[in-house]
Ligand binder design. Structure first.
Ligand code: NAD
Length: 384
């Protein structure tokens, strides 16, 4: 058994923990770049509290999932402002933007020099500027991951800038910040976390540390995703989902993912659907296909045992089999009103191109079994 494990140097979890941000920021730098989402009023408290601490921030606003143009433009501003610490407060989109900006503050080349797949994928030569990540959605776990996902419009792909040094220095997870997340976003982001936990648990890079975190995260998400969706003010459910999301980020950074996220790279690049919705609508079908392929080609695989364990954790029934588990996930998607690929604008003619692009993604390498082209097409048909 051989593995490595890395995560943020400090994780601060708990309702009210965001009050510590000004003090933590002051310990790391003098000129702060504050990255926030498209509704600045939601981050007013952060601007005010940093200003009161004497850290008047250079504010970068990110609307929607970040693309390479937005990041390149923001990089110029952040470098000119002389920022030496970055704080990002928002959903995964904002955290990824902040993560990329922290890296580009100290690594002076063009963004495409560092981007995987569509760029040169060169390693960073300098450590990124100190970075504090504060999630306001419960889904991506980006507060503890080593990559920033960016859309490259000219390639129609979502790709990553990635380095072990890009794991945020401090992750502050305050579940109270997620109380205002509307039901549709609670559903899609929550399903992203659950998908990450499931894919990391069956991944061919899983290790005993990631496995134990996956079990805890899947249990929390399975029990709390419906309550958090039904009543956004349910703080206990929000805490569980914030913890599940955090754990999903730790495991994805250490164990890789699988075919759902392999597909999410081109689908997210070509169609305007939230990342979590793309993951959710593919999840039950990838589970079904993986189990079928494993039974046929690798019947003694540890991943089949992992799927059996997932079944018990999700359904809460020790007698349940994988078909019951797939049905459980399908029912959950239905209850959370997750749309199918067709409703996201995908057409059957797109399938072949999507499958081709999926093959090169880094997530695909973590899938527990190599799926054939026909099997990948079948997954898209089932999720249509
Ligand atoms: P998001 O950040 O795009 O946010 C979704 C919506 O929720 C936005 O409209 C946002 O303004 C709103 N929102 C955020 N916080 C809110 C709050 N507290 N109250 C009300 N509204 C709120 O969605 P996301 O799912 O968190 O992030 C998606 C992005 O993260 C995608 O680009 C995806 O590819 C990426 N991602 C990155 C990683 C990683 O490890 N870096 C992992 C998974 C996903």
């Amino acid at each position: 058994m051989q593995f490595e494990f890395a995560t943020a140097s400090k994780i601060i979890f708990g309702s009210g923990s965001s009050e510590k941000i000004p003090e933590l920021t002051a310990q790391l730098g003098n000129k702060v770049c504050l990255v926030i989402g498209g509704s600045p009023e939601r981050a007013r408290w952060a601007i005010d509290s940093l200003t009161t601490k004497g850290l008047s921030p250079h504010v970068v606003t990110i609307s929607g999932e970040p693309d390479t143009d937005t990041i390149s433009q923001a990089t110029d501003g952040v470098r000119q402002a002389g920022c030496d610490v970055v704080v990002a407060i928002g959903g995964g989109s904002v955290l990824d933007a902040g993560k990329a900006l922290a890296a580009l503050l100290t690594n002076q080349s063009d963004l495409f020099e560092y981007l995987e797949i569509v760029g040169k994928g060169l390693p960073l030569t300098q450590k990124p500027a100190p970075f504090i990540a504060v999630p306001t959605t419960a889904g991506t776990g980006s507060e503890v991951t080593s990559n920033a996902v960016l859309l490259s419009p000219k390639h129609g792909m979502k790709v990553s800038m990635r380095s072990a040094d890009m794991i945020p220095n401090i992750a502050v997870i305050d579940p109270e910040l997620t109380l205002s997340v509307p039901p549709a976003v609670t559903a899609t982001t929550g399903m992203d976390a659950l998908t990450q936990l499931i894919e990391a648990f069956v991944s061919n890079r899983a290790n005993p540390i990631t496995d134990s975190l996956c079990r805890e995260g899947m249990m929390r998400a399975a029990g709390s995703i419906r309550p958090a969706h039904a009543d956004g003010t349910d703080l206990t459910a929000r805490e569980d989902m914030a913890l599940a999301s955090l754990l999903s980020g730790i495991v994805l950074a250490n164990a890789k993912l699988g075919a759902v996220h392999g597909f999410a790279a081109p689908l997210g690049g070509e169609f305007k659907a939230p990342h979590g919705a793309v993951c959710a609508c593919l999840l039950p079908h990838v589970m079904e296909m993986n189990v079928k392929a494993l039974k046929e080609r690798d019947p003694h695989s540890e991943a089949l045992h992992a799927y059996a364990e997932i079944t018990i954790i999700l359904t809460g029934d020790i007698e349940a089999d994988i078909e019951d588990c797939v049905s459980w996930v399908k029912d959950l998607c239905q209850d959370l009103q997750i749309p199918g690929l067709k409703e996201m604008g995908v057409k059957k003619e797109d399938f072949a191109g999507l499958v081709e692009k999926t093959a090169n993604t880094s997530s695909m390498k973590g899938n527990p079994v190599k799926l054939h082209k026909e099997e990948l097409i079948k997954i898209l048909e089932m999720a249509f």
